[in-house]
Design a protein around this ligand. Structure first.
Ligand code: ADP
Ligand code: MG
Length: 690
């Protein structure tokens, strides 16, 4: 082994026998069978075959590229093999007279049937065949299968392994969860997965539905369920400021009621219900940890404002954090409209703030002069210290990581108190996710849009009909409505050949001369962005050409048409969020998805689904099936997903079983729980503290 390899394995996180044992194969190669060369020539067209023979020719040819051609012979039959890339060492290994065992597929080459780049080993003709399938492991670049296989094999033989894989869980508990199959012991399951016998059911192994996989998956799920439940009870044991109404206090109305009175609208039934849930939660002296889900436009902001009012009334500060400066600023402007008349002092914190202003804001926050603090993640990045933070609201929470939620707890300004947390998302959490990664959060759902909203009509249009669309856009603007034109990229990118926002802006300004066309994108200074949004909101800009900076939260009621260029390049959730920017007023709203040919089958299906489905939950399910949970969990979190072997779609039933068994285990076998967690979660527990 050369010196670099142990390092490479460690970089992959394979730094202990335990980690290696759980580095389970992604697939297998069948080296347990040997074909004669003449059989291999026939069978090798349908499947990968292994055969062997003596090298009778080995030459470098130029046809026209330099290549190595080696022929082996056995029993009168010959097999030609070809390498377009090879090392001198390979050439040496395959010199005339060597005996080779080779594995590959047969295809028709320049001079008849051949194998291109087969796997080759120099082995004696009677060298024994392996009795088990050969594992293929996930590996990073530069780490060979040979190295990983050797390391895993050594780990499995390590003296610690018997103990490490010893049974912890009572068998009958697992049997309840997996009633259909014979339960394997964990040790047997792991051994089996690394080296399945030649006759193993390879389809079940590949699909990860084999009893051995089930055992490992169940262990993993159980650990996750248990740790979520424990995190939940740990949180229950913490203290947070309770905000019960004090009956004896002055006769003045609570701030939240004053706010409600000042609003130009009534809460919807769904809003009333979730506000009630949150209201009650914050009466408790343990921290609220609640996820507020509601489709785009369902009115989450006002709920956050009501929660803020309650906490401010109770003498504590509130921080509202949004993932982009545009969104944070919209919140700031809206909440200032609501809170300033009520005499609540606010502060604004964002990365772009001038040093002097930032310092001033920080001082106001630290002294407690500022009661409601709004901003981006700069709130936790900058040296912000609260005098007493009672509530943190995190909008579009999946854009933040768990670490950032931990961060905010450290700035609360009290050693003894935790703050309440309200997380908001317009991306609904599919059931399987809410049963796993989100299981320790309480959940509130706004499942009703404010009255008067009309459904957004979504149309799919080929880019070739662009001129027609622009003509329609002109009619639209002529009726006094406003519109968005969304483009995926801002600068020329030859590779993608996307039409740019800059180009589209130029084109649209030239055609729609009678209208004011604005351009907003991520590279603009934040004052420029603010100015643009203010102008658009005020109706001074009629058409806003934008990149996805407007993806979340932007709220301009008079904008009722959206054209999305190259819609085929966007994902489900992105388009759903984007089109939620229209349909906020009472006018009929339309979203036009422009696409360019050729359209992949997946993109076509996606666009059609988006046209037909407006329910965010359905879209989120499709998204999850397509992209896995990483995206929904947030970029920062996905690298740390605790479920390595479980597929949330495929194994949904197993999640339910694990949920039940975890409760039983916690109630009846508390000491086993500890051992089980140590094995499966180890050092990753900090992510559960958020
Ligand atoms: P989101 O849930 O996407 O964050 P917002 O909070 O931005 O939605 O609300 C969208 C728009 O609907 C805002 O203009 C808001 O003032 C308005 N709104 C919220 N609740 C109601 C309601 N009950 N009746 C009428 N309009 C409402
Ligand atoms: Mg919002």
């Amino acid at each position: 082994m050369n010196k670099r390899q142990p390092n490479a394995l460690q970089k992959m996180g394979l730094n202990s026998p335990a980690a290696l044992a759980l580095h389970l194969p992604v697939r297998y190669e069948d080296e347990t069978q040997l074909w004669t060369i003449s059989d291999a020539l026939k069978q090798g067209r349908f499947q990968t075959v292994q055969t062997q023979g003596l090298v009778i020719r080995s030459q470098i040819a130029f046809r026209p590229k330099r290549q190595l051609i080696v022929t082996i012979e056995d029993d009168g039959a010959q097999l030609q093999m070809r390498w377009l890339h090879f090392y001198p060492s390979q050439q040496k290994q395959m010199a005339v007279g060597a005996h080779l065992r080779v594995r590959g597929d047969i295809r028709d080459g320049y001079a008849g049937p051949e194998m291109v780049h087969p796997n080759v080993r120099a082995l004696e003709p009677n060298a024994p065949l392996p009795k088990s399938l050969t594992p293929v492991y996930a590996a990073s670049v530069g780490v060979s299968q040979t190295v990983i296989r050797k390391a895993v094999s050594l780990a499995l033989q390590d003296s610690s392994m018997k103990t490490w894989l010893a049974e912890i869980l009572p068998r009958q508990l697992i049997q309840t969860a997996l009633p259909e199959m014979e339960v394997m012991s964990l040790h047997d399951a792991v051994m089996y997965l690394h080296h399945p016998p030649a006759n193993a059911n390879t389809q079940q192994l590949l699909e990860r539905t084999h009893a051995a996989w089930r055992r490992v998956q169940f262990e993993e799920l159980l650990a996750q369920q248990i740790s979520l439940k424990r995190a939940h009870s740990v949180r229950r044991g913490r203290r947070a400021p309770p905000f019960k109404k004090k009956k004896t206090a002055s006769q003045t109305k609570p701030l939240s009621e004053k706010l409600l009175d000042s609003l130009p609208f009534e809460l919807t039934g769904a809003q009333k219900r979730v506000w009630q849930e949150i209201d009650v939660d914050m009466n408790h002296s343990h921290p609220m940890n609640r996820l507020l889900q509601g489709d785009v436009g369902s009115g989450k902001t006002v709920i956050a404002a009501l929660a803020a009012a309650k906490v401010i009334d109770g003498g504590f500060q509130v921080a509202i954090m949004a993932p982009t400066e545009i969104l944070a600023e919209q919140h700031y402007l809206k909440l200032r409209e609501w809170f300033e008349p009520l005499g609540v002092k606010m502060a604004w914190i964002a990365g772009s703030l001038k040093a002097k202003d930032k310092k001033m804001a920080q001082e106001q926050i630290e002294s407690g002069a500022a009661r409601l603090i709004i901003g981006t993640h700069a709130i936790i990045q900058e040296a912000v210290r609260f005098s007493g933070l009672g509530l943190a609201v995190i909008d579009e929470q999946h854009r933040f990581g768990v670490r950032q939620r931990l961060e905010i707890q450290q700035r609360v300004g009290s050693e003894t108190f935790y703050c309440h947390q309200l997380m908001m998302t317009a991306t609904p959490i599919p059931r399987t996710l809410s049963m796993t990664y989100y299981a320790d959060l309480d959940s509130s759902v706004i499942d009703e849009l404010p009255p008067g909203r009309k459904p957004i009509q979504t149309k799919i249009v080929k880019d070739a009909r662009r001129a027609e669309i622009i003509a329609g856009l002109r009619d639209w603007l002529n009726q006094g409505q406003q519109a968005y034109w969304v483009c995926p990229l801002i600068e020329e990118s030859e590779a993608l050949q996307l039409q740019t926002a800059v180009d589209s802006h130029a084109e649209l300004s030239e055609i729609l001369t009678e209208f004011k066309v604005g351009l907003i994108h991520g590279r603009l200074k934040s004052e420029e962005k603010t100015q643009l949004m203010t102008d658009f909101k005020g109706g001074h800009i009629h058409l806003l050409v934008a990149t996805t900076v407007i993806e979340v939260g932007v709220d301009v009621a008079n904008a009722s048409l959206m054209v999305i260029e190259h819609a085929e390049r966007f994902g489900y959730a992105q388009i759903h969020q984007l089109r939620g920017r229209v349909g906020r007023g009472s006018a009929d709203s339309v979203c036009i998805l422009l696409y360019s040919e050729p359209l992949s089958l997946a993109a076509k299906e996606r666009l059609q689904t988006l046209r037909e489905v407006s329910d965010g939950f359905v879209i989120a399910e499709r998204d999850l099936a397509l992209r896995g949970p990483g995206e929904l969990l947030g970029a920062k979190q996905s690298g740390d997903t605790m479920l390595r072997f479980v597929d949330l779609q495929r194994d949904a039933w197993l999640i339910e079983a694990a949920q039940t068994v975890s409760e039983q285990l916690l109630a009846e076998y508390p000491d086993l729980v500890q051992a089980h967690l140590a094995r499966w979660i180890g050092s990753r527990t900090e992510f559960l503290k958020a």
